[in-house]
Design a protein around this ligand. Structure first.
Ligand SMILES: Nc1ncnc2c1ncn2[C@@H]1O[C@H](COP(=O)(O)OP(=O)(O)O)[C@@H](O)[C@H]1O
Ligand SMILES: [Mg+2]
Length: 285
């Protein structure tokens, strides 16, 4: 067990954002957290990464209680994260961004940044991550000038540059095209193998990505865990499909012989995913 949350509650004033959430992340797992907007996914990531102190319950990483411990201390322990909204520094280049991460990892923050650009280990480290993420050709481009897909990639790459043991990603592919989403995931999974990451936890809305890459899916709904199971089990759970996943297939194949004009059978499940519409309101009988 690498990461464990026990009966987490998180209140914002009187509002209960997380209501008794428990989960465990095991060695080697790729876990996706899904749920409609407002379900508490980002709050959960913030609690799991020590950014927010839970109102009740505990979070343990490698056996240590890390509630509210803060990002810096947690990075040292071996956990890194990326954010739902990209957190890159717009005026730095790709390489400088990765150098900044390498500097903090190598514990060289006490010296001036300018003197560190020439630090060969920092350089080598940053270049290696750039190459791992296919960003070598853009090493000297300003972060703000990158297309959205590369911005997301750089954000994830900066988290990887911390050489964590586990990584938590809040919507790593949000705001990019479907083709770019798959490209980002392929790069991410490849990089994870190369650096020997022990677990990946991501929040993701795109169900093709979720079902295509996850070992396990945790569905949140109104601050509670609605389901915690394999993709196959989740797909077979009508309640979770209704409340969280949305219809990935025509519900009555016999009644719709022509399908919906989406003939290619991609990833394990296939079918289109109604991304923009939170599947909550509509519960067909
Ligand atoms: N800092 C905050 N103060 C008050 N309410 C918040 C705060 N952050 C989130 N919330 C509320 O908590 C609920 C869960 O939010 P969030 O964790 O961001 O959900 P998700 O990421 O699943 O969309 C939402 O109703 C949101 O409005
Ligand atoms: Mg969120």
């Amino acid at each position: 067990m690498i990461l464990e949350a026990l009966d987490i509650r998180k209140l914002y004033g009187a509002y209960v954002a997380l209501d008794g959430v428990s989960l465990s992340i095991r060695e080697g797992e790729f876990v996706s957290i899904i749920g409609p907007n407002g379900a508490g996914k980002s709050t959960l990531i913030n609690v799991l990464t020590g950014v927010l102190q839970p109102s009740a319950g505990s979070v343990r990483f490698k056996g240590k209680d890390i509630g509210g411990i803060g990002t810096v201390a947690l990075t040292r322990l071996g956990m890194a994260r990326s954010f739902q909204l990209v957190q890159i520094f717009p005026e730095l280049t790709v390489l400088e961004t990765l150098q900044a991460a390498a500097i903090s990892r190598l514990g060289r923050g006490a010296r001036l940044f300018t003197s560190l650009a020439g630090d060969s280990q920092v350089q080598a480290d940053a270049l290696e991550v750039a190459s791992l993420f296919g960003l070598s050709g853009k090493a000297h481009a300003l972060a703000r000038e990158l297309p959205q897909g590369d911005k997301k990639l750089l954000d994830v790459a900066s988290a990887f540059a911390l050489r964590p043991e586990i990584i938590l990603l809040d919507e790593p592919t949000s705001g990019v095209s479907t083709a770019d989403k798959h490209a980002i995931m392929e790069i991410l999974v490849g990089a994870a193998k190369r650096i020997g990451l022990r677990a990946i936890i991501q929040v993701e809305h795109d169900m093709d990505i979720v079902f295509g890459y996850s070992d396990r899916i945790i569905a949140l709904h109104q601050g509670k865990v609605l389901a915690d199971a394999t993709p196959a089990e989740i797909e077979a759970d009508a309640k979770v499909v209704d409340m969280v996943v949305g219809r990935r297939r025509a519900p009555h194949p016999a009644l719709s012989p022509e399908g919906r004009g989406n003939p290619e059978p991609p990833t394990p499940l296939g079918g289109e995913n109604a991304e923009p519409s939170p599947p909550m309101g509509e519960r067909a009988g």
